[in-house]
Design a binder for this molecule. Structure first.
Ligand code: UDP
Length: 501
């Protein structure tokens, strides 16, 4: 007698909130639309209190089961020059035995394995279990195109990429300016670059790739990745499914949402406030924090700013791996003191007295804020999660990329999609200057001399509508996810896969 066995997908998330959150959203979508059972194997970082807090609040046993796997201690294996990415790559590699053990000990045997971009070395585990295996790229299709093409660029181009005079060409896609390249390509001699190329080669060891974008947004890149005889598609060998935009909804922030923030926003005029945040880990240098504070003041526009401790170096860094804050709103003397420590003297007091700004410490209920009708712009580091949250709430972006693939994201938003303006560091300067910040904020929030609002406003509303359509039943992303679900259900992955290794 054949017993009914529910479809059970296991999703593997690498450490860091920016990796865990998109995996949770993908899991929810499979559960809600396909009624699958879902288990998330979350490799947790050793130091992140925020991550534990989010994990706790995100745990929703009726939708999915989360198994936390503590990161192995790899400190003795790390070279001095190890970047955050290298740490994550090595953490994932050394977590394979624990992942294997978790997979084999599941009460309900898995029907498919989905890993994020740092988890590709776990794909052979799916092969051992004879189940289909997928990679979820929680970023966009242009990023994926560059990634897939990187091994070719590695052979084609001599010397540092950053010194190239011409943009780097990717077949069938927009070219990438050397300055906008992803972090691992900035230094070809760093271990991070080697690890990055390994992942590029692992793409074709999956059965398909899921990407957090939608066809109407990036048709050209998706076509290049999927087009039968094209160069990219031949390199990749497996199909790409655009299933996005998968973003958190404000409801998932219940418990974090601060009443006082909402009450303050409720009192501000429509689309008059800029939200300033650099993601789960972005930090600025001391000098840059000062310029940002003075720039916001100079703009004479209202703001909500998630203030985080300055980077210890003069550079901005990705502290996602080390985040320790648990958030808090800008009311109360103690918090003011903590926030004020990072800002020019007297700034917090001036802003509070004029009641034109609100400070949040370390962490904010971001989606709740972006959804609020008073928000008119987002000064963002352009992490793809934040970008999608902004676009799906119709909020134009003041792009301030810091690390990872964020410079590419900013270029995409400004040059291709027309939904953002971008900060520029003047030649010979270390920082984005206050006048530049003020001018961009005013450009996005205010009307021009002819009484017109900046075109990014109109454009972002169009993008929001297109995103909504893609996710609706019958929309491109809805159909793409249904296709993946069918592959998993019928286990006919061998038929769709261009890869038969
Ligand atoms: N986030 C948040 N509150 C904060 C900072 C970040 O809720 O104060 C969330 C944000 O909504 C997004 C994620 O953390 O979902 C950050 O992901 P993103 O890809 O934007 O950037 P990363 O943090 O990975 O650099």
């Amino acid at each position: 007698m054949d017993l009914y066995k529910p479809t059970h997908i296991v999703l593997l998330s690498s450490p860091g909130l920016g990796h865990l959150m998109p995996i949770i959203e993908l899991a929810k979508r499979f559960q809600i639309h396909h009624n699958f059972k879902l288990t998330i194997l979350a490799i947790t970082s050793q130091t992140s209190h925020t991550e534990s807090h989010i994990l706790k609040s995100a745990t929703n046993p009726s939708l999915y089961n989360i198994i936390q796997i503590p990161s192995p201690n790899i400190s003795s294996l790390l070279p001095v020059s190890a970047t955050v990415c290298t740490r994550i790559f090595l953490t994932m590699r050394h977590s394979i035995p624990s992942i294997k053990s978790a997979l084999t000990n599941l009460t309900l045997p898995p029907s498919a394995l989905i890993v994020d971009i740092f988890g590709t070395e776990a794909l052979p585990l799916a092969l051992e279990l004879n189940i289909p295996r997928f990679i979820y790229v929680a970023s966009h299709a242009w990023f994926l195109s560059l990634y897939v093409y990187s091994p070719v660029l590695d052979k084609q181009i001599q010397g540092p990429y950053i010194e190239q005079k011409e943009p780097l060409k990717i077949p069938g896609c927009k070219s990438v300016q050397p300055n906008d390249l992803v972090d691992p390509m900035l230094d070809r001699y760093n271990l991070e670059y080697k690890e990055y190329l390994t992942v590029a080669k692992n793409f074709s060891k999956s059965d398909a790739i899921l990407v957090n974008t939608w066809d109407e947004l990036q048709h050209r890149e998706l076509k290049a990745l999927n087009d039968g005889d094209g160069e990219l598609s031949s390199l990749l060998k497996v199909p790409v499914f655009a299933v996005g935009p998968l973003v958190r909804q404000a409801e998932s922030e219940i418990g974090q949402a601060s009443e006082s923030v909402i009450q303050w926003l409720d009192k501000q005029p429509k689309e008059s406030v800029v939200y300033v945040s650099f993601g789960s880990g972005g930090t600025l240098s001391n000098e840059q924090m000062n310029e940002l504070a003075f720039g916001l003041e100079l703009s004479e526009q209202r703001f909500v700013w998630v203030v985080r401790a300055c980077a210890s170096t003069t550079e901005a860094v990705d502290a996602a791996f080390f985040t320790t804050g648990s958030g808090g709103d800008g009311f109360g003397d103690e918090l003011d003191d903590q926030i004020g420590k990072h800002l020019p003297e007297g700034f917090v007091e001036r802003i509070k007295n004029k009641n034109v700004g609100l400070f949040l410490h370390e962490w904010a209920p971001q989606v709740t804020i972006l959804k609020h009708p008073s928000i008119g712009g987002f000064v963002s580091h352009c992490g793809w999660g934040s970008v999608l949250e902004s676009l799906t709430n119709g909020v134009p972006i003041i792009a301030w990329p810091l690390y990872a693939e964020q410079r590419m994201n900013a270029a995409l938003l400004v040059e291709e999609l027309g939904v953002a303006v971008r900060t520029v560091v003047s030649p010979g300067k270390n920082v984005v200057e206050r006048e530049e910040i003020a001018s961009l904020v005013r450009k996005v929030i205010l009307v021009d001399q002819n009484g017109k609002r900046n075109h990014v406003r109109e454009r972002v509303k169009e993008v929001r509508v297109s995103a909504e359509k893609a996710l609706l039943q019958g929309g491109s992303s809805y159909n793409a996810l249904s296709h993946v679900a069918k592959i998993i259900n019928k286990q006919d992955f061998v038929c769709v896969s261009k890869n038969m290794d």
